[in-house]
Write a protein that binds this ligand. Sequence first.
Ligand SMILES: C=CC1=C(C)c2cc3[nH]c(cc4nc(cc5[nH]c(cc1n2)c(C)c5CCC(=O)O)C(CCC(=O)O)=C4C)c(C)c3C=C
Ligand SMILES: [Fe+2]
Ligand SMILES: [Fe+2]
Length: 379
Amino acid sequence: MGSARYYAARRDMEVTDIMQPISKPADHPPVSARRVGVLLMNLGTPEATDYWSMRRYLKEFLSDPRVIEVPKAVWWPVLNGIILTVRPGKSGHAYKSIWNEERNESPLKTVTRAQAEGVAAALAARHGDSVVVDWAMRYGQPAVGPAIQRLKEQGCDRILLFPLYPQYSATTTATANDQAFRQLMTMRWQPAVRTVPAYHDEPGYIEALARSVVRHIAALDHTPDVLLASFHGLPKVYLDRGDPYHCFCVKTARLLAERLGWEPGRVQYSFQSRFGKAEWLKPYTDKTVEELARAGKTKIAVIAPGFSADCVETLEEIQFQVKDAFMAAGGERFTYIPCLNDHPDHVIFLADLVERELGGWVDGAGARAARDAEDHVTA
Ligand SMILES: C=CC1=C(C)c2cc3[nH]c(cc4nc(cc5[nH]c(cc1n2)c(C)c5CCC(=O)O)C(CCC(=O)O)=C4C)c(C)c3C=C
Ligand SMILES: [Fe+2]
Ligand SMILES: [Fe+2]
């Protein structure tokens, strides 16, 4: 085993195998155009703000065992009872206040599409048409499964899955990848896949956040006393069970503070969007802004570095609810710094991250297509 003769014999055997006439399987990607696919994935969004659209979206979301870890026998009666009776109306109202009327869709959808178009343009400039970029939502439309199928049909025999969450959590990153893998389970001939690691401490991401803070603060007629980095929360028990999300959020906030170089304590962090009665990650955003106002920090700026795109949790919850809590407690000036969205700093950072994670895949795409075409001529 392992001798030069052994390998020579193996090689001859494989050549003989390849030379057998083979019929082309039905799900074979077109040989002429082997490409690499990139799928940007975000959380999801209702199709409209009416009761039934909201109910459908919330049901899909809150039936995900990655999101709600309560055993089904206990959770289902609660979900199908009180939650899906009351929440669709309440959340629909919140969505209505931030809805993109022009496109008749949620801002998360609008921004995610723009991010995908930006990343596609950046990669096309570098690699021509050998990289195909698409986008999808974990819950609702456009769904992840059909997007994977579309990439395959466009000749992508390698796909990079990119969950658009800077901080890893099983509730977001893992469930997005799960959904893609579910589609792969249906395929006889799967594309090869890679997943983009979370990027909570990537220098390019911290730099884009810092530049955004500086840009927005420079446009104000005052200097905020405190910058609060507000992250979406999680039930605390998920941290106790090993979800690293909390630690990654804290690290992002620390790196942002270091990059800004402000005096200690001027950048703080907190967690928003509590759902249900259990304890969630602390400190809570609403309580924090109230305490800041009472402590005389009456001018604050809030940024949401855990969201790659503005959505109901930032545009409605931070800009209306959190602001109201701050003002009611004695706050005077409240500035919301938007998510990085499709700002060029962000798009270039995302494209660079994709490029790095494609390492070795993309430059070979043209050569692979030529080689594979040749194989099929001789086979
Ligand atoms: C950014 C990271 C997010 C984590 C972590 C997260 C965990 C998480 N979320 C819920 C419950 C809800 N989240 C809702 C909306 C929502 N959540 C995120 C992101 C994270 N969620 C985003 C980007 C959005 C907005 C989507 C949009 O279309 O704008 C909602 C729906 C809105 C509402 O009813 O408030 C719920 C519900 C749980 C339970 C959870 C972790 C266990
Ligand atoms: Fe959420
Ligand atoms: Fe919320």
